[in-house]
Design a protein around this ligand. Structure first.
Ligand code: IPM
Ligand code: MN
Length: 357
């Protein structure tokens, strides 16, 4: 038996998580496996019900399960709150509590979705790389932080701090080298070492770890250059290793290469059970309309089957079902192309489930 905690969260998180659950249930039925799904609250819904973005009980439940799935958090309703009370804080606490320091974000172009990219088809078709983003450190968590009154009374100052320690860099670098070893053995470490001390340490430690992975080719790029290269020649990349903040930004950029951010899945692995989430957010503007693309969530389920349960056949069958559904001409609104059939979130979920059978 596998115990999965599902946090639907807010906005389209609710709808896309529903499709992920359908897929998990179908996999269970088909392969005679028991996936026990327990839901819990995070984000705005938790603020509304409990007054906090995630409760200690919900965190405990997550930690005790075999894997965690999360839809998305946040929305305009909670935008005015200070950062320690916002929905996003729930997600950050969850990542931290699970020790999920390595965020793997595969960037792949499915079927003929290269046509949907804002870039030329020949630049993006066949793209296949992974962003390994450090997830529990850096400027997201560094102290001091806060908004403080200036002593001279001329206003306030907002402070955030980028901190990385040797062990934190070592463990994420190891994950990235391991990942590269399973792929084309090319690792690009991204930093801002021409300006930031935290990046200088990052570079030094990555070089050290590289000594244990001589079979992997390593190069370093500054983040501004990397942002440009992603648009100029994205196929040069195999594995990109970077910190929390740069990884956040570069993965949204990379998402656009694939046609839509609605296609990008992720796994966050570390000390305890892993966390699976679509890369996209809660998209309040389309929430509740049944038009969101559930494929990022469904592909995150595929990652769960592989990384948490080592059920490679199941993982493959989910990916095949996604390929097949797209190949059969079904599209959610974000990836719609002329001549194809546009379907809603829930119908897309059903089409995938049918094709897993
Ligand atoms: C992501 C999101 C989160 C992040 C937010 C919602 C806290 O943008 O998963 O990329 O910045 O990590
Ligand atoms: Mn993001």
């Amino acid at each position: 038996m596998y115990r999965i905690t599902v946090f639907r969260g807010d906005g389209i998180g609710v709808e896309v998580a529903e499709q992920a659950i359908k897929v998990v249930r179908k996999l269970g039925e088909k392969h005679h496996l028991v996936f026990e799904i327990e839901e819990a609250l995070i984000g705005g819904v938790s603020i509304d019900k409990h007054g906090v973005p995630v409760t200690p009980e919900a965190l405990k439940q997550a930690k005790e399960s075999d894997a965690v799935f999360l839809g998305a958090v946040g929305g305009p309703k909670w935008d005015g709150l200070e950062s320690s009370k916002r929905p996003e804080k729930g997600l950050l606490s969850l990542r931290r509590e699970l020790g999920a320091y390595a965020n793997l974000r595969p960037v792949r172009v499915f079927g003929d979705l290269a046509k949907k990219s804002t870039l030329k088809e020949e630049i993006v078709s066949g793209i296949d790389f992974v962003i390994v983003r450090e997830l529990t450190g850096g400027i997201y968590f560094g102290e001091p932080r806060g908004i403080f009154v200036l002593p001279d009374g001329r206003g306030e100052q907002g402070i955030n701090t980028e901190v990385y320690t040797t062990p934190e860099i070592e463990r994420i670098a190891e994950k990235a080298f391991e990942c590269a070893r399973r792929r084309k053995r090319r690792l690009t470490s991204v930093d801002k070492a021409n300006v930031l001390e935290s990046s200088q340490l990052w570079r030094k430690v990555v070089e050290e770890v590289h000594k244990r992975y001589p079979d992997v080719t390593l190069d370093h790029r500054y983040v501004d250059d990397c942002a440009m290269q992603l648009i100029r020649e994205p196929k040069q990349f195999d594995v990109i290793l970077t910190n929390n903040m740069f990884g956040d930004i570069l993965s949204d950029e990379a998402a656009m290469l694939t046609g839509s951010i609605g296609m990008l899945a992720s796994a966050s692995v570390g000390d305890h059970c892993a966390l699976y989430e679509p890369v996209h957010g809660s998209a309040p503007d389309i929430a509740g309309k049944d038009i969101a693309n559930p494929l990022a969530s469904i592909l995150s389920v595929a990652m769960m089957m592989e990384h948490s349960f080592n059920l490679l056949e199941l993982s493959q069958s989910v990916e095949n079902a996604v390929e097949k559904t797209l190949g059969d001409g079904f599209r959610s609104a974000d990836i719609y192309q002329e001549g194809m059939r546009q379907v809603g979130c829930s119908e897309m979920g059903d089409l995938i489930v049918e094709r897993i059978a």
